[in-house]
Write a new protein. Sequence first.
Length: 378
Amino acid sequence: MGAAYIFALTNDNWFEEARLEAGHRELKGAFGVDVSISGEYAVVGACGHGKYIQESSRLEDAGAAYIFKRDSSGNWLETQRIVSPTPTIDGKFGLTVFMTEKYMAISATREKTNFEGRDTMERAGAVYVYELNESGQWSNKQKITHSDRFKFDYFGDELIISGDEIFISAKNKHIGDIKMTGSVYVFARENGVWKEKQKLIAPQRDHRDMFGYSVDVEEDVLLVCGKYGDMGGAGYIFIKNDCGYWQYRQTIEAQGEELGKHSLDGFGLWLSLSSKHLLFGALYDHNAPGQEDLFEAGSAFIFDYEGFEGFDRSCDEKEYPELGSGSFIDSSTFNTDSIPIHYTPDTSIYVQEPVIDTVIIEAIDSTIAVIEEYTTSD
């Protein structure tokens, strides 16, 4: 069934403000599989919901998302339940969600049809974009799919909105003969319509890298991580040039060599980015300095960087395709300069005490967000 928790920062301490549950509670509904909050609104995904999607029948794992609003008394109340405009069995609507003051995106990673409702491909994936109207309701504006979609891409496995851009991953995307190497697609809003702008890929690619497993953006800096590969996970930094396109700059490889780094540590499975710091989770890391190894105890690595003010962002707009044309710029071919990124083992976070087994993944994400607040203060 699941739940989501909201914490508020008061006097430098985080306190639980609300526990959220779905109005339509459902066994194995996966309520809380993903969450996002902006101002007085919060959205909670429930990709396992199948009841009440259609009155006539149950649609197993069709999915839903729930909107909550904070009232003047500080209470969070459910105001809206959203389902896919074209719900299907195993659509997984609500697997990932993201909300800003103006826009909200909800993925349905296993939907089969394109933005026109045609060209069926098994689990190709789709993302629905909503806007907040004057009456305080979120209304569907557009269904987004990628132009080179293919079966089992799982488009929408990760997504994030920044300004008038949406970053959407398809971590299972094949590139040529390289299987499940992954891609991230950038969509930009133009004249009220979201159009495909750019496809990002890793500069070094291998089978099952799953580039796009996690994504974060801070103004003109984008951080994308892959899952495994030969490096045991890695982060890729992109910056936005003067033409508004994203250029690859640097790869951050998995850390922990002095602790027994392993290719299955999961470096970068979860990440967070701020103006001066990068935070990488290594969910399956066994090792901690000066302590006994614990199977999949996990760790997190904090890096600091000095920004990109000195880099040449010049470009020629003629080199870039028109928005929505379906033509791609290979972002990995741009000239690159390294930036000073620093890591020392002393800045890593290790947790040796077992986590309460009833805490949902969103509680783990919330903890990462809290860690970021304390470690990235300028």
